[in-house]
Design a protein around this ligand. Sequence first.
Ligand code: IPE
Ligand code: IPE
Ligand code: MG
Length: 225
Amino acid sequence: MNRAKHIAIIMDGNGRWAELQGKKRIKGHEKGAQVVKSITTFCSENPEIERLTLYAFSTENWKRPRLEVEFLMKLLEKHLTNELNSYIVNNVRFEPIGDLREFSKSLQKTIQNVKEKTAHCDGLVQSLALNYGSQNEILRAVNNLKNQDDDITQVMLSNALDCKHSVDLLIRTGGDHRLSNFLLWQAAYAELFFCDTLWPDFTTEELEKIIKKFTKIERRFGGLK
Ligand code: IPE
Ligand code: IPE
Ligand code: MG
């Protein structure tokens, strides 16, 4: 049976969820943040799951209207500040990925603080992908490695990425079937699950069902059974 050691989720559908109810898109992001909390707690209680990597803000999301971007930044800051204690109580280590230098100094400080205060936690590792794009991540890694004499190996590149761990199970909510620049290297052999549920409606029960299906898949990694 497969173990879903590393689960990655493209949390999509917040805006449509809100619009369907005649609300502003930001209401969907607010509800989405609550779902982040419940899914993280669920994963932290399941010892099989070691890592949960959540796509929260892409390198392309800066293209959105200024007010939506500003709201997302505030929401992130509020979420991290309010949740610091539950990270610690649930023994969850916070390891952000992405190019954090683009964020305001205050948000960078909040991110760094949660990272430091949870560094001792040895349960689930929760990574929020923040100003994350796989192409940007790979380029930064290559640029960090390029000045040495030896050829770059697969292991070297892998270790130079923000996320150094291959993904077992990759889920996208919201009905679209694309990766949108998420973990392109790490998901080389991930099992992909796409569901129509909009992220604010995603539940731990739905995640449990997906994990159950995942455990039964035959993963061959290019070999034979
Ligand atoms: C995902 O939901 C959250 C972010 C990208 C920040 P969306 O905001 O993309 O919601 P839809 O896809 O427009 O419904
Ligand atoms: C992917 O969702 C990014 C996040 C969930 C953070 P998008 O809504 O930005 O992706 P596209 O534009 O549909 O590809
Ligand atoms: Mg979307």
